[in-house]
Ligand binder design. Structure first.
Ligand code: 4AD
Length: 458
């Protein structure tokens, strides 16, 4: 069906001025008077609707009658003419109704609550809010690929099905093709007859395979779905989220922190440059002052504090935290909030966490107690990046695994990377939805995904 995108019409309007154009889309709103009808048509290519002016005596009567219903899909031919109110509008000559829309279409009102829209995920892309979310999500994904491509990283596709517990980053979803049967005496007997002949799961992270690729290709990144089965029913946790994980050889913690900051600023800059309408929309609908916030993030340095210093700051804060703070404890949301929103008031790298609360693969610091790891905390959304220098020393890595009762046999290939030509290397993981929440001001991760998967909701 030959037609012109509404975005193209508005962005290159001079090319179409006073010419006959064909556009397609869905009716967002309509008004009717005796001689003229007005339709706001949206085709999803940009936030803006194109206004259709229908002089009733010039257009076939029945097609006009059918077109005047919210949600109806139309193909329209008309002249693209300048207008005082709308910049441009289409003076309609012909309407073809592609799909009628009965009155039980749930999106009759101009605004619906996000809670209500979550009950109809299949229709959310037809709303302005979700058009904006998915436009920014798209631009952000492109900016991420662009950054790594321009900096010489190779994009790796790491497996989603995995036989290893990866890194203990989170609870895993099991994958099986065979039903449970009481005839199995042991777990092993059950898995022996399964598709892979062993226990299989959905990966929580592509990092370990990413490290294997980087230990030959120098620097790589992954960008794919990962899965977490924790029962964390919060506004920031999804069971399926998109994970960006660069892995860089010949880089220590300081190098990777520099890369992470440069990367975050670069992708935010790209979104500011390419999504101005969407960001203006979100600063009205989701977070006042959003654009100023983003501009200030890209123009100032992120703060840095060690975990040990952070604990001291929290203890001296005079705040009554629900979870008391002691050296060795995991920082809770309330602690992260205080540090990044009240104390530092900007994005914050917390570094050098106690080894006991972090993963086995993180490089042990000379103090023997802490690891060369950092979390990047953002005001409003908390942790968006988990990052570390990896333990490159084979004996220390084995010791860290044994301390956690991990089976070395299950990791022989991973350990080989330390046995054969080990090098210092570092990497991080960024949750796409978390940075999207930060950039748009969207408060709930359920509103950043087409079909969010969360506890009890598939
Ligand atoms: O801190 P995490 O668990 O780190 C890893 O998985 C490492 N393997 C990363 C690496 O070094 N390559 O997760 C990294 C990031 C978090 O900071 C957060 O942004 C996101 O992944 N994330 C989630 N996002 C949405 N829902 C969840 N349930 C998430 N869990 C983690």
């Amino acid at each position: 069906m030959k037609h012109i995108d509404v975005k193209e019409l508005f962005f290159n309007s001079e090319n179409y001025k006073n010419k006959s154009v064909t556009v397609c889309g869905w009716v967002r709103t309509w008004r009717d008077s005796k001689a003229i009808s007005f339709i706001e048509l949206n085709d999803g290519t940009c936030l803006r609707n194109v206004q259709l002016i229908i002089e009733k005596d010039k257009v076939e009567e029945n097609s006009v009658k059918l077109a005047l219903a919210v949600g109806t899909a139309l193909c329209v031919i008309g002249d693209f003419v300048p207008s005082e109110r709308n910049g441009y509008e289409i003076s309609v000559k012909e309407i073809t109704v592609l799909g009628e829309c009965p009155t039980d279409y749930p999106l009759q009102k101009k605004h619906h609550t996000l809670e209500f829209l979550r009950t109809i995920p299949h229709l959310r892309p037809r709303t302005r809010y979700f058009e904006a979310v998915f436009a920014v999500r798209n631009e952000l994904s492109y900016a991420i690929h662009k950054y790594f491509h321009e900096h010489g990283y190779k994009y790796m596709h790491t497996p989603i099905l995995t036989g290893s517990d990866c890194e203990g980053a989170g609870e895993m979803f099991r994958v099986t093709t065979q039903p449970w049967d009481a005839k199995y005496k042991t777990e092993q007997e059950y898995y022996d007859g399964d598709f892979f002949g062993t226990k299989a799961s959905l990966t929580v992270s592509g990092q370990l395979e990413g490290e294997i690729a980087a230990m030959g290709l120098g620097k790589i990144y992954t960008f794919g779905p990962t899965f977490r089965a924790e029962h964390s029913n919060t506004t920031r946790h999804a069971a399926e989220f998109w994970h960006i994980e660069p892995e860089v050889c010949f880089a220590d913690l300081h190098d990777i922190i520099e890369i992470a900051e440069d990367f975050i600023k670069s992708i935010i800059k790209d979104v500011i440059n390419n999504c101005s309408e969407e960001l203006a929309f979100f600063s009205e609908r989701a977070e006042k002052g959003l654009i100023d916030k983003l501009n200030s993030v890209i123009s100032s340095d992120f703060a840095k504090v060690t975990y040990t210093e952070a604990v001291e700051i929290l203890k001296k804060s005079g705040k009554e935290f629900k979870f008391p703070v002691e050296w060795g404890c995991d920082l809770q949301t309330e602690h992260e909030k205080y540090l990044t929103e009240e104390y530092f008031g900007k994005p914050l790298f917390v570094t050098d966490y106690p080894a006991d609360i972090k993963s086995f693969y993180m490089k042990l610091n000379p103090d023997g107690k802490t690891v060369a790891a950092t979390d990047l905390l953002m005001p409003g959304v908390g942790e968006i990046i988990g990052c570390s220098e990896r333990e490159a020393d084979l004996d220390k890595l084995k010791a860290a695994m044994q301390k956690r009762d991990m089976s070395l046999d299950a990791y022989t290939e991973y350990l080989d990377t330390r046995k054969f030509g080990s090098v210092p290397h570092s990497g991080f993981g960024l949750g796409l939805e978390r940075i999207l929440m930060y950039i748009t001001g969207v408060q709930n991760i359920r509103d950043t995904l087409l079909y969010p998967r969360t506890v009890g909701s598939l």
